[in-house]
Design a protein. Structure first.
Lengths: 413, 413
């Protein structure tokens, strides 16, 4: 089946979506339920209605766009991604899977394709952890990994819960209905930029994801003793900053020495108190993001980091607390989807590279309730979460073509 | 001469002064030219007028309280300190030298003493670097170490210069007149809490300061590369936080290994960008406060820290800049003042401990224009710059007594 992708229209839609941002271009900042997030959603929903698709939103704002198949009672085939963006990020992370998914459906329609199973495009709420500290909020609740009790414990920086925030944003349905049962979908496949430079370096247009690494998130709090920067002698100090610095360095070492290139650990937040030129820092709060494709190795890293916190804080006579915010298992992709991706790519004469996703995605949680896969496309220098994040229009086009073909294949099964 | 110190009144005045604070008690926060600073100054000036003393303020708000001597043309003997307080500090740092200086003068008057040289009590503007990043703003300008051009380069967090800020606070005289000539004062002696635990541990009531350590302040900026915390592999990272952490640890090592207990170095501010859980920090801004009683050793530490910044940032392939904000030389105290302190203490049967001041004080800059000394009193556990900073009323009384006697001796010379 030939699929005619309207590359110019898709590029224009991606550019338009990027204008809904708190940060000035080329940076994109789009935080859950802000004015910019709601405007971007409205723009997306308008495009879907223009394409003649049906819309449904759940209580968290997860948005389901349905192209009804000839056998509408069969579980649908789903695709999708997210449109939220961390502070000072770029315009391709997530959005390529959302607007690209829409373009794939439009191209299938244009080609005269008639799906047996319905095809659904999902815009997931808050894949990024910016507002509530936990990634994949929408798919986490959808898959039952986070229930309403767990949701109620999350708070944003103003102390609001997700329930309060979503109601303010106008989502008033029953939260308990967000959860989908296992088997609700026949399959889920997500198109995404690689966020690594492998495809670009090897000049291969399609990444066929075989596994998705999962993060554990730790919150570390240190409490030492402050005091005057001139008067407290070095051996008598309980400097929380230097203690935190030693822990941050050890975290780097832990990730560097597992023996696997797949192990990563990042201190993304490091706040100190009282933060004055001539005052010894008495407190540190830091977050650690730990990931691996192998659950055992990931959890060994988490344990090694905790040990380092206890050892270093004890040596330096500081109080320490460690809280594990989340520790999700990695996911394996379904063989039927990697095979469909392989066949679809071959159909268009495109080479594929089997690879693991080191970033997590909504697919990680969709894998809990249905066979799941991911399709990656190259991005410049592997850069993501930065204003200079970039994927070429022709690379996006190839990804959308393969996605369309995969959706078509799965929808006939 | 017997000196009758009104300990109860002085304690009440210190407690009242502590109420002019942005932070709730027992913490004291009093930043230059804020409402709280101006109210505290008004309270102090009221007490001085009640005591029958003459007031003068300069263009920066340095306040001079004069008890005119029998030979008013002779250079006066001066004492004084500061009343500003860093965020979440305590109620004795500086204030004991200001209100204690006033009480010493009141006690001398009560005793019927008639000074030959005039005695002046100085409230120095902004000894703490909180607002403009540079400590001892008032005495620095008074002593000519900072001129009006240098002042104009300083900015607070809102971009205001000291000139703009002081005019808003109602100080409108000519800035050029703040500078005092060498010989303007016959001598300067500052009463202060020790900010170290030596006097308390040795149970000695009076510290006789022989030298004052001086700080160098460095601003370090690091720029690496950000990116997705899951996707950028460890060996490819240019993580500014881990680079800054390694530098912070090295700074601690530099101070610990000079061979002298007098060497201290502190990272007081450590800001990261973009500060998101799943984003690799691309930038760090940090301040370093480096002090020693020996200028050569202090400057060697500064050089070693700069070397560490260049080496570590080069190894990690980050860009680094280092700016030296100030690098003042330490000061030696004048023998005539240490001798007067010794004699005054003996007069009251109080033991003295010769010691160096590891914290800097306005005395560091007054030493540029006249013979200078300091008198220290014990403080609990050596704690300062914290809400639990504490000196016993009887220890304060002893210090005020010795100060009064020293002022009397110097005023007759």
């Amino acid at each position: 089946m030939n699929l005619d992708i309207n590359q110019a229209r898709l590029s224009a839609e991606l550019a338009k979506l990027a204008t809904f941002s708190e940060a000035p271009a080329p940076a994109v900042t789009r935080i859950l339920y802000t004015k910019q997030d709601l405007e971007a959603r409205a723009y997306f929903k308008g495009l879907c209605l223009e394409a003649g698709l049906e819309l449904r939103e759940d209580a968290l704002g997860n948005t389901f766009v349905r192209w009804t198949g000839s056998d509408p009672d069969l579980p649908a085939v789903a695709t999708g991604s997210h449109i939220d963006a961390i502070p000072h990020a770029g315009m391709y992370d997530g959005t390529v899977g959302v607007l690209g998914g829409l373009e794939a459906i439009r191209a299938l329609k244009l080609a005269g394709f008639k799906p047996k199973r319905s095809i659904e495009l999902i815009l997931f709420t808050a894949e990024e952890p910016t507002r509530f500290g936990v990634g994949c909020l929408g798919s986490r609740v959808m898959s039952g990994v986070l229930d309403t009790n767990g949701l109620a414990k999350l708070k944003d920086s103003e102390g609001k819960t997700p329930d309060e925030a979503r109601q303010e944003a106008g989502f008033s349905d029953n939260l308990a209905d967000v959860r989908l049962t296992e088997g609700f979908y026949y399959a889920f496949v997500e198109l995404h930029i690689e966020q690594m430079p492998q495809l670009e370096q090897k000049n291969i247009p399609i990444g066929m994801v075989t596994a998705i690494a999962a993060p554990a998130t730790l919150h570390i709090a240190l409490e030492g003793a402050g005091g005057h920067a001139g008067a407290v002698l070095m051996p008598e100090r309980k400097d929380a900053l230097v203690c935190g610095a030693e822990i941050a360095q050890t975290i780097e070492s832990v990730a560097l020495t597992t023996g696997s290139i797949d192990s990563v650990a990042t201190v993304g937040i490091f706040d100190i108190h009282p933060r004055a030129v001539n005052s010894i820092p008495s407190k540190v709060f830091m977050t650690v993001d730990v990931r691996d494709t192998d659950l055992g190795r990931r959890d060994s890293m988490v344990e090694a980091i905790k040990d380092a916190v206890w050892t270093i804080s004890a040596e330096r006579k500081l109080k320490a607390t460690v809280e594990t915010l989340n520790a999700d298992p990695p996911a394996s992709c379904a063989r039927e989807i990697t095979e469909a991706t392989e066949l679809a790519s071959r159909e268009f004469g495109l080479r594929t590279l089997p690879m693991v996703s080191r970033a997590y995605h909504d697919a990680l949680f969709m894998a809990r309730i249905c066979p799941t896969g991911m399709i990656f496309i190259p991005c410049k220098d592997g850069v993501s979460h930065r204003p200079d994040e970039y994927s070429k229009p022709e690379d996006i086009e190839r990804g959308v073509k393969v996605l369309g073909s995969v959706l078509a294949r799965l929808s006939q099964a």
